[in-house]
Design a protein around this ligand. Structure first.
Ligand SMILES: Cc1cc2nc3c(=O)[nH]c(=O)nc-3n(C[C@H](O)[C@H](O)[C@H](O)COP(=O)(O)OP(=O)(O)OC[C@H]3O[C@@H](n4cnc5c(N)ncnc54)[C@H](O)[C@@H]3O)c2cc1C
Length: 383
């Protein structure tokens, strides 16, 4: 079977030589950053640190390095109670397909009225890749109820900068449910909204509207392929973390395409999760603790297949100061032919990222024989 032949190859390769994915290079010493690379207000309790830290350097805009201390897994909480409270538009049928273009700013009266906006404050900000930031919001000092894969609209009532695009954006929630603070991540392309958020003092008042969307995991255990273009990894990080923490019986394969490692959000953390899953499977450690999550995270399914396989691919390695020895192909039919299972239409495929990536990846899936009903996609406009 194609999956037996190829996917374990990736997972074993990651387990044995995760560090070797990066070419050895002499990295220039860090210089004084123009602004702190990680900022945080005093936490309400003990939130997990963000996984990847990036310092500006003298010769290259950023240097990504793994911070294993900070890569500790997040809290293993029983989140069933939170999931019970999600909005009624969430988690519709497992074959629901997101529309090709969904407004990134709320224009729908239904959306305006369906949920109360929640007061929030900017609690943490961290540069996690080139021009890419993670933000944690404190929403009333308690976990925000949603399903992994859903979005929120973030509103800046008093942004430092303004333009015609307005003060509201849609972001996928990047954390598994149940955390004290809400995590989103975005690329700063210079819009007034993004510049305002990047420069806002910690503690700045914001509004959160949501959760929205049905780009969520199926309710039945499934073989799920997640295809992410760059920042499109945000909903998938949430799904993978959720699956780990609640020991869900999905098998997730995340194919994450970036131009360079420096531009890849959450790269080290996702590599680590893939390594853990492969190692746990090879040592025969299987699912424990049922779906409650109370017994802690598990990274192997009851069947013994890794719960999570991560396939990062860097398509413009020549531009990288750090280098890359792993996969380099674009998400195209030849790569998919190597990774997808023989019984391809028994799996479910999720695609997220910039419009061009989504269109290309959906086209590639169809080319290798995936039926439209098996594909869900979410396009991020503005990239
Ligand atoms: C379901 C969903 C989830 C998303 N999740 C994330 C996420 O996790 N991280 C992230 O960074 N971004 C996410 N986005 C995209 C995000 O909402 C912004 O559109 C994007 O970050 C660009 O914002 P900007 O301020 O840089 O550019 P903008 O100033 O908003 O826009 C730049 C350009 O895009 C055009 N544009 C903006 N919105 C639309 C639209 N709806 N239709 C057509 N053209 C448009 C503008 O006219 C402009 O030309 C998501 C979008 C959706 C719909």
């Amino acid at each position: 079977m194609a999956r037996d032949r190829h996917v374990p190859h990736y997972s074993q390769a990651l387990a044995s030589r995760a560090e070797d994915l990066f070419s050895p290079r002499i990295l220039p010493p860090p210089r004084m950053a123009p602004r702190p690379w990680r900022e945080s207000l005093a936490p309400p309790s003990d939130p997990a640190p963000l996984p990847v830290r990036v310092r500006p350097t003298s010769n290259s805009p950023t240097t990504v390095y793994p911070d294993l201390e900070a890569l500790a897994p997040g809290h293993h909480q029983n989140v069933d109670g939170w999931i019970a409270g999600i909005g009624k538009d969430a988690g519709r049928g497992s074959r629901h397909k997101e529309p090709a273009v969904r407004p990134s700013r709320s224009t729908s009266p239904e959306k305006e009225q369906s949920m109360a906006k929640l007061a929030a404050r900017l609690a943490e900000r961290e540069k996690i890749a080139d021009a890419t930031y993670a933000f944690r919001f404190d929403v009333g000092g308690k976990p925000f109820a949603y399903k992994s894969g859903q979005t929120v609209d973030v509103i800046q009532p008093e942004p430092r900068y303004t333009d015609e695009a307005g003060n509201r954006r849609t972001f996928s929630i990047a954390d598994a449910p149940g955390k004290e603070r809400l995590l989103v991540a975005t690329r700063d392309r210079g819009s007034a909204f993004k510049r305002s958020l990047v420069e806002a003092p910690l503690g700045t008042a914001l509004e959160i509207d949501g959760p929205y969307g049905s780009f969520t995991l199926p309710s039945k255990p499934s073989d799920v392929y997640l295809l992410a273009g760059g920042i499109g990894v945000t909903p998938f990080r949430s799904m993978v973390e959720d699956t780990r923490e609640r020991s869900l019986d999905h098998t997730l394969t995340l194919i994450h395409s970036n131009r360079t490692p420096e531009e890849a959000p959450f790269l080290e953390e996702l590599i680590r999760w893939g390594v853990e899953s492969a190692k746990e499977t090879s040592t025969g450690k299987k699912k424990r603790g049922g779906n409650s999550g109370a017994a802690g995270a598990s990274t192997a399914t009851a069947s013994g297949r890794p719960r999570f396989i991560y396939v990062p691919t860097m398509t413009q390695v020549a531009r990288s100061a750090r280098g890359w020895k792993g996969e380099r192909r674009r998400v195209a039919p030849d790569l998919l032919d190597d990774l997808l299972p023989t019984d391809r239409n028994s799996a479910i495929y999720y695609v997220a990222g910039p419009e061009r990536f989504v269109q290309g990846a959906v086209g590639a899936l169809k080319t290798v024989g995936i039926e439209e009903d098996q594909i869900r996609f979410e396009e991020f406009p503005g990239y």
